[in-house]
Design a protein around this ligand. Structure first.
Ligand code: SF4
Length: 368
């Protein structure tokens, strides 16, 4: 079974750090986009999926009727497994009781809330539209509407953030008892207002030591509160790991529909156009299909697999490629095992905790 990703590119207003393909919209934009999206989905009619992830943008920027139509179309076109993990990303400013109830009643069983911080001055600096209190109220409302699998996104390395202010955000998150917490570092992307402000000297980022303190704090506090780190930036209560994201890290197949969505099917990677008007004209694809070579597939298997704290399974590598992992990666493996950066345990090879802060450098050595 494949995973299904559905992209909704609309946002009420652009956050100051965001370079995703998302933008403010008119009612007409939404209508035309949904029609084009439904036509694209038709190409996959009858495909069996065991995870669905509606992301963006802000999927909940759709109004309640549009959201209902989208969910019903997905269920009508695709064959969803009985235990399908069905996630919708939501922004606290774009949900109310009625929308959340409709989302829940139409099969969505996981809500991923973009909170980023429970500190109002950090939210303001990031250009988020909601307050910390509104984010807390949204979690409570989602629970009241029947969601038991709620994920909260938090951000580290926000300008001016300290280990103390981060801990306050974390404590507020823990007090909501979500099933899952993602914690990504802010990356200043060129062309964003925050990037400009930083280069004009208007902002200071936490220095490397403070960033490390924040990361260590996140790991230790999550463990203390019963969240297991299962990927570099993701923590979950047992049984609540994101099955959809694990598909990406395990190089399993997925269909991506919508503006600038990516797909990986039958060993071929392809992506959709990021031009809104082309998409509306049903010119869905951009560029060539990329048929991955065996070496590409091995590189991705390692590069993505090492993101998971469990690591990569030597047996799975053999099953997939018919060759022993040490035959292909003997050199970097023995080097990093000697350095204590990679640990070999129960048939898995994983990064050690110390290696996580330099994971990018390590993973680069597994690209053939
Ligand atoms: S809500 Fe998300 S996708 Fe939209 S602008 Fe903000 S960060 Fe970007």
């Amino acid at each position: 079974m494949t995973g299904l990703y559905v992209h909704i590119p609309f946002c009420l207003k652009k956050c100051k750090y965001c370079d995703f393909n998302s933008f403010a919209f008119s009612a007409a934009d939404k209508g035309r986009y949904l029609n084009a999206l439904f036509s694209e989905m038709e190409q996959y009619r009858g495909k069996k999926c065991d995870t669905v992830f509606i992301g963006g943008g802000t999927p909940t920027a759709l109004n309640t009727a549009e959201m209902k139509m989208l969910l019903q179309k997905i269920k009508e076109i695709f064959i969803l497994s009985k235990d399908c993990e069905f996630t919708v990303e939501a922004n606290p400013k774009t949900v109310d009781r009625q929308k959340l109830e409709v989302v829940r009643q139409n099969g969505v069983n996981r809500l991923s809330l973009g909170v980023q911080s429970f500190n109002d001055s950090e939210l303001l600096l990031l250009g988020r539209l909601h307050t910390a209190k509104e984010a807390e109220e949204t979690v409570a409302l989602a629970k009241d509407c029947g969601f038991t699998n709620i994920s909260i996104d938090l951000m580290s390395a926000i300008p001016g953030q300290t280990a103390d202010s981060f801990k306050k955000s974390l404590d507020t998150a823990f007090s909501q008892n979500p099933a899952h917490i993602s914690c990504y570092s802010l990356i200043l992307e060129e062309g964003t207002p925050l990037f400009r402000e930083f280069h004009e000297g208007l902002l200071t980022l936490p220095d490397e030591d403070e960033e490390r303190r924040i990361y260590e704090l996140a790991c230790s506090q999550m463990q203390l509160h019963g969240y297991e780190q299962y990927e570099i930036s993701n923590f979950a209560k047992p049984g609540f790991e994101s099955r959809h994201n694990i598909k990406y890290w395990k190089c399993e197949e997925y269909i991506g529909v919508g503006l600038s969505a990516h797909s990986y099917l039958n060993g071929v990677r392809f992506s959709n156009t990021d031009c809104f008007s082309d998409y509306l004209d049903r010119k869905y694809r951009s560029g060539e299909n990329e048929l991955l070579s065996e070496k590409d597939k091995m590189s991705e298997f390692m590069f993505l697999g090492l993101r998971m704290t469990k690591g990569v399974s030597a047996q799975d590598f053999y099953k997939k490629f018919g060759v022993d992992i040490k035959k292909v990666y003997g050199k970097p493996l023995s080097k990093f095992i000697k350095m204590g950066m990679i640990v070999e345990e129960n048939g898995f090879l994983r990064l050690s905790h110390e290696a996580i802060s330099v994971s990018n450098q390590i993973m680069c050595e597994f690209i053939i």
